[in-house]
Design a protein around this ligand. Sequence first.
Ligand SMILES: *Cc1c(COP(=O)(O)O)cnc(C)c1O
Length: 393
Amino acid sequence: MDKGWKTRTKLVHAGTRRSQYGEVSEAIFLTQGFVYDSAEAAEARFRQAGEDEFIYARYGNPTVRMFEERIAALEGAEDAFATASGMAAVNAALMSVLKAGDHVVSSRALFGSCLYVLEDVLARFGVEVTLIDGRDDEEWKKAIRPDTSAVFLESISNPTLEIIDLKAVCDLAHEVGALVIVDNAFATPIYSYALESGADLVVYSTTKHVDGQGRCLGGVVLGRRDLIRGKIEPYTKHTGGAMSPFNAWVMLKSLETLDLRVRAQTDTAQSAADALAGHPKLRQLLYPHHPSHPQHELARAQMDAGGTVLSLDVRGGKEAAFRFMNALQVFVISNNFADAKSIITHPATTTHQRLPDDQKDVLGITPGLVRVSFGLEDKDDLIDDLLQALAAA
Ligand SMILES: *Cc1c(COP(=O)(O)O)cnc(C)c1O
């Protein structure tokens, strides 16, 4: 698989499987099943399917397999299993390795649905979950016990872009034999450092940067082959979380441009952070590679770039934040991120509306906080748009 190719070459060629027609662009195998040459061939395939042999699309499909191999090559992972959504991937990563009586430590600053799986689903099945402030290495040290079986975290949190010292957490977890599962959505697969830091499983919502054009839901779990094929695949293929071949094709073709897109979006985000820093209408600007970020040094040490998203705390609370959002001309108001279209989100009233106020305070989700996701439009148009809307706030 690894031919020593660099990232952009892998993103265009890795994992390609050509049919007997020799097509240039990857084919969509929009089929749920496969035909066997004989009854004996069916029996043999059910006993042990070979590399190019498939049984049923819930178990695997040639287009889905191309996507899995390409993203595994990008990430430098031994293997990958694609899922119907990012949450199907998070759910599979947790449910396939945990059992009643296990103990999990997780950072508290999580995507709402991840928090639901940990606090509601896992708790109902007798898994004990300890939530901590993931920025504080001392809290990890105190919470991880000799009987802890897994650690879960978002490497960069949403929406306040808190950063976790991955190497330190992986070392602490591995001292007690706990698995480390990283939800890496904000780090992006281009600037990912999760596997190098020691993570056992890395999860992406491919709905975000991988599709990056707002079309399809998807997810993937990457990591050691024994975990992917021994735990993730059996759980997902029998519980129905497989990625559709059509979505896999969209994601596969999107990987071809992923590096170009993420680097362009990141460049715009970094320039916008520089242009907006110190603006009188802002209480705070949060961008991992801007010196004003409270964990700026860690961000620089861990990550080659600051990513495609920044958050702004607008002075004057919700009213000012809403005036700012409504004055934007290029940005659209939505709750996704990492899209070709630049997106503005008010977490307190949308993605994090459900959280009680004291929880919002703990997570820094203030009434003036807006999350800004940079798309592929012209950089100057986007920065001008933010500046004119701030003037109107
Ligand atoms: C979006 C997101 C998810 C869920 O992904 P879906 O594809 O919407 O299911 C999980 N974790 C994080 C950090 C996300 O941003």
